[in-house]
Design a protein around this ligand. Structure first.
Ligand code: FIX
Ligand code: ZN
Length: 413
C-alpha cells in the first residue's frame, strides 16, 4: 500500500504510539525486591531530579531536606514546585502526566487524594497497570552485586518476574576497587589491592558466578567524564583483563554510560551528580581493540553526541542507546534523535527511560515517544517527497526495531 503524504505523519505517529517497548536501562526492581520497588506519588515527588529543583529555591538547606521523612519531603516539593511556582520543568510535568493517565484530577491539586489512590494499589496490580499504560513489555534493571539488599534476594535464587531483566552493574568495582576487594575477600575470592594476574583470575571467577546466578542481558558501568582507556589504572585492568574477556566468551554486551561527574555537590546526595564532556578516544580504542565485544554506549553531555554518532558509523560493534539523564528533555531529545536518524538511519536505540519510580515509565515513554515520533515522521515525509513508496508495514517494522528489535538483535537476547 502506498501512503499519500498527508497520511504519512499520522501513520508514523500512530505506529510509534502503539509500539511495544523494551526499556533497556532503568533503576526499577520487580516485586521480588520489595524494599527496592519505588512506586506512587511520594516516591515520584522525592525523585532526585525534583529534589534538586526544589533545593534551588533556597526554601530549606539540603541537610534540612534530607532529615525530613519521605512524606514531608514530598509535601515540600509539591508546595515549592507545584503550588508556589508553575510546574513547567520536564520532571514536574512528568508527575502531572502520570496523575492524568491514572485518571486523577490534576486540576484539584489535592495531594492527599493522590496518596489515597496509590495507597489502594497492591504492588502486583500497580506493576501491571503501569506496564499496560506505558506500553512497556520489559525493562532492564540495574543490579549491583555489592548491594546488601539485592544480594539477599539473588542468593535466595528467586524466580524473577520475567518482565524485569537483570543487568550486572559494576560501578562499585570499577570506581572503588579498594573498597570492593575487601567484600570479595570476605566472600572467598583471593584478591589483592593491586590488580595483578592472580586477582584478575579471581575477578573473572566472580563475574562468571554472578552471570550464572543472574543471567544478565548486559554488563554495565557508568564512567566519569575523564574516563581514559587504557590508562594503567585498576579500572582499566579490570576492564581489559576481566570484564571484556568474560563478556566476549559469554556473548554479553558491555554497556558504558560515560560523562558523569559524581557528587559535584555532595550536600545534595543523590541529586548532587553533574555532567562533563568526555573524550571519544577511549570508546574508539575499545571498539578497535576489542572487535569481538559488543558495546552499548550512551554519553551524558550534549557536546559528545555528534562525535559518538560518527564513531558508530565506523564500528558495527558499537550500538548507541538513549538520551541519558540531563539529555532526556524534549528539546535535547529532539536534536539528538534527528541527528542520529540523519547519520545512522535506524541502526540505534533512540531511548531508554532510566526510571527509578515505577510510575515514571508512563511519562518518560509518553514524552519521549512524542518527540521521537515527530522526528521519525519528518524522515518518512522526506522519503515520500522523492517518490519512494513508504508503506505502513515498513513503518511498523522500523518502529518495532527502534523500540525493541535493535536491542534484542544486538544483544542476541
Ligand atoms: O548511573 C546511572 O545509571 C544514572 O542514570 C543514575 O545514577 C542517575 O542517578 C539517574 O537516575 C539518571 O537518570
Ligand atoms: Zn541510570
Amino acid at each position: 500500500m502506498r501512503l499519500r503524504d498527508i497520511t504519512i505523519r499520522a501513520r508514523v505517529l500512530e505506529a510509534v504510539r502503539e509500539a511495544r517497548i523494551t526499556d533497556i536501562h532503568t533503576h526499577l526492581f520487580s516485586n521480588n525486591f520489595p524494599q527496592l520497588l519505588l512506586r506512587g506519588i511520594d516516591d515520584l515527588l522525592t525523585y532526585h531530579y525534583l529534589a534538586a529543583e526544589t533545593l534551588r529555591w533556597g526554601v530549606i538547606s539540603p541537610d534540612g531536606f534530607w532529615k525530613r521523612s519521605k512524606r514531608e519531603q514530598a509535601d515540600l516539593v509539591w508546595k515549592t514546585l507545584f503550588i508556589d511556582h508553575s510546574p513547567v520543568s520536564e520532571a514536574c510535568r512528568g508527575v502531572l502526566t502520570v496523575l492524568d493517565r491514572f485518571g486523577l484530577d490534576t486540576a484539584s491539586r489535592d495531594l492527599n487524594s493522590y496518596r489515597k489512590f496509590f495507597d489502594a494499589l497492591s504492588a502486583d496490580e500497580h506493576v501491571d497497570r503501569v506496564f499496560e499504560l506505558a506500553g512497556v513489555d520489559s525493562v532492564v534493571m540495574t543490579n549491583d552485586p555489592f548491594d546488601e539488599t539485592e544480594r539477599y534476594t539473588w542468593q535466595a535464587d528467586p524466580k524473577i518476574d520475567e518482565r524485569f531483566k537483570p543487568a550486572l552493574r559494576l560501578d562499585s568495582m570499577l570506581y572503588e576497587w579498594e573498597s570492593t576487594e575487601d567484600f570479595m575477600r570476605e566472600w572467598g575470592y583471593n584478591v589483592s589491592d593491586y590488580v595483578d594476574i592472580k586477582t584478575c583470575k579471581e575477578v573473572r571467577r566472580f563475574l562468571i558466578n554472578w552471570i550464572d546466578n543472574m543471567n544478565p542481558v548486559y554488563i554495565a558501568s557508568s564512567l566519569p567524564a575523564d574516563f581514559a582507556f587504557p590508562d594503567g589504572s585498576a579500572r582499566s585492568r579490570l576492564i581489559s583483563e576481566c570484564v571484556l574477556p568474560i563478556a566476549e566468551e559469554r556473548g554479553i554486551p558491555v554497556a558504558l554510560m560515560i560523562g558523569v561527574k559524581r557528587q559535584v555537590n555532595s550536600e545534595l546526595k543523590s541529586a548532587g551528580d553533574s555532567v562533563g564532556a568526555a573524550s571519544l578516544t577511549s570508546v574508539e580504542r575499545l571498539c578497535q581493540l576489542y572487535p569481538h565485544n559488543k558495546f552499548l554506549i550512551t554519553m551524558l553531555s550534549r557536546e559528545n553526541q555528534h562525535e559518538l554518532c560518527v564513531l558508530a558509523r565506523k564500528f558495527a560493534n558499537l550500538m548507541i542507546f538513549g538520551c541519558w539523564w540531563f539529555l532526556n528533555t524534549p528539546s535535547l531529545l529532539e536534536e539528538t534523535t534527528r541527528m542520529r536518524l540523519d547519520l545512522l538511519g535506524l541502526s540505534m536505540i533512540p531511548q531508554h527511560s532510566d526510571s527509578r519510580v515505577l510510575d515514571q515509565l508512563i511519562y518518560k515513554w509518553e514524552h519521549s515517544k512524542a518527540v521521537i515520533g515527530d522526528a521519525l515522521a519528518r524522515q518518512y515525509e522526506n522519503l515520500a517527497a522523492t517518490g519512494w513508496n513508504v508503506t505502513d508495514e515498513e513503518i511498523r517494522r522500523d518502529v518495532a526495531d527502534l523500540f525493541g528489535g535493535n536491542f534484542s538483535s544486538f544483544a542476541d537476547r
